[in-house]
Write a protein that binds this ligand. Structure first.
Ligand SMILES: [Zn+2]
Length: 407
């Protein structure tokens, strides 16, 4: 078999295209493959498929293909341009690559598989392409995946805000709580962000949403109330967010008390910050003694922690009525605790009580989107290359969008 035939087979080129020359550069470990086309009367317009006459040829273009035995393999061809009556002068489609891509389809497919396994920097190194090229492949994959995604209205949706970086930059993430896939990502955490995340759905579609789990965040509440009919029965304030508010309150109490104690030479709370963030059942074994000693000491911090821990039982109540009665009891305790940060959270919960108790109707939490958190955390950690929000969005949809990415 001649080398041209071999590459004709490897590249899967079909008439009118054929491989006319193969150049092997051993020093550079590189193979250059040159393709040409047979003469043809007409070529289909890339927009409308109408047969058109040949106009001219563009300058020779180069596509990176899968390596041949570690030899970087490049395909070269001059692509014909046609003149379509409707669309003007256009470059025809080539069967081995998507328009504007500098990689063959097989290379892009492989690159997507590598990108799914590792981060952009690692993939770029393995594939011997630049960060921008790797990101470009991800971007095209996401565009392709979004275009192919079936129009499905989530029954249960999660709305979540994520801090993107220091400096209070946020992103809003909407996800389908049933399959855990990210629907879309929008900049900031405003009313506009929610509208953008839900942009693909008509008002009619939105009627199909049974409930939305979210934080007690006014722009989210306001927008969902405006977009969803009977939203007041569909908003569920997410338990993980609520407990996170209580965790913050415990931490404020600890900081204040630590200051007071240290002023009298008492160092008991120094270095204990992480202990109070554990749920009771998650306190690590090696910290048991320290932690339960602090518990028994009856500090303000231990009281705040106990109130927070007890709140977690709210979601174990069997019915909404039981939940409501249970909440009243807890609220009374929390507001009489003389712990101002704890009272503040209790007052916020009372203001939002219908949305807290609607958990018992829908039984949803943002745990699906919490599971996304670790992935998003990883994306953020490696995000030193993310120069824009759009790059961040592409990375999240690439990994968490449940999209069919390959060409
Ligand atoms: Zn046309």
């Amino acid at each position: 078999m001649r080398d041209t035939e071999l590459y004709q087979q490897i590249l899967g080129l079909e008439a009118p295209w054929r491989v006319v020359r193969v150049e092997l550069d051993v020093k550079q470990t590189r193979v250059d493959v040159f393709a040409e086309h047979a003469k043809r009367k007409t070529w289909p317009c890339p927009e409308c498929e109408a047969p058109c006459g040949l106009h001219d040829h563009d300058e020779e273009r180069t596509w990176r293909h899968l390596d041949s035995c570690q030899f970087q393999t490049l395909l070269h061809a001059s692509v014909p341009r046609v003149r379509c009556d409707e669309h003007g002068v256009k470059q025809v489609r080539v069967p081995w690559a998507e328009p504007r891509s500098r990689f063959t389809l097989l290379f892009e497919r492989f690159a997507i598989d590598v990108l799914r396994e590792t981060d952009i920097l690692g993939a770029a190194r393995i594939l011997d392409i630049s960060w921008d090229e790797a990101h470009g492949i991800m971007g095209r994959a996401v565009t392709r995946g979004l275009a192919r995604r079936e129009h499905k209205v989530p029954e249960y949706m999660g709305l979540d805000e994520k801090a993107l970086a220091r400096g209070q930059r946020y992103a809003t993430i909407a996800c389908d709580l049933d399959d855990g896939h990210v629907i879309d990502v929008a900049p900031e955490r405003t009313s506009e962000s929610v509208v953008r995340c839900l942009g693909r759905f008509s008002l009619n579609d939105l009627e199909g949403i049974k409930a939305v789990a979210m934080d007690m965040w006014q722009p989210f509440i306001g927008t969902v109330s405006r977009l969803l009919p009977q939203a007041d029965t569909k908003i569920v304030f997410d338990r993980f967010h609520i407990v996170a508010h209580m965790n913050k309150a415990v931490d404020i109490v600890r900081r204040r008390e630590n200051r007071e104690l240290r002023a009298t030479g008492d160092e008991r709370l120094v270095g204990s910050k992480h202990l109070w963030l554990y749920a009771a059942e998650r306190v690590p074994e090696q910290s048991f003694d320290d932690f339960f000693a602090l518990q028994r000491a009856n500090l303000k911090t231990s009281r705040a922690w106990a109130i927070k821990e007890t709140l977690r039982c709210l979601w174990d109540q069997p019915t909404r009525e039981a939940g409501e009665a249970w909440y009243k009891h807890w609220h009374n305790w929390a507001t009489h605790s003389r712990l101002q940060p704890v009272r503040k959270v209790a007052e916020m919960l009372r203001r939002h009580l219908p949305g807290v108790l609607s958990y018992f109707t829908h039984r949803i939490t943002n745990s699906a989107s919490e599971a996304l958190n670790s992935t998003i955390q990883m994306i953020k950690k490696r995000a030193f290359g993310f120069r824009s929000f759009e790059n961040f969005r592409v990375a999240i949809l690439f990994r968490c969008g449940g999209l069919q990415l390959r060409p």
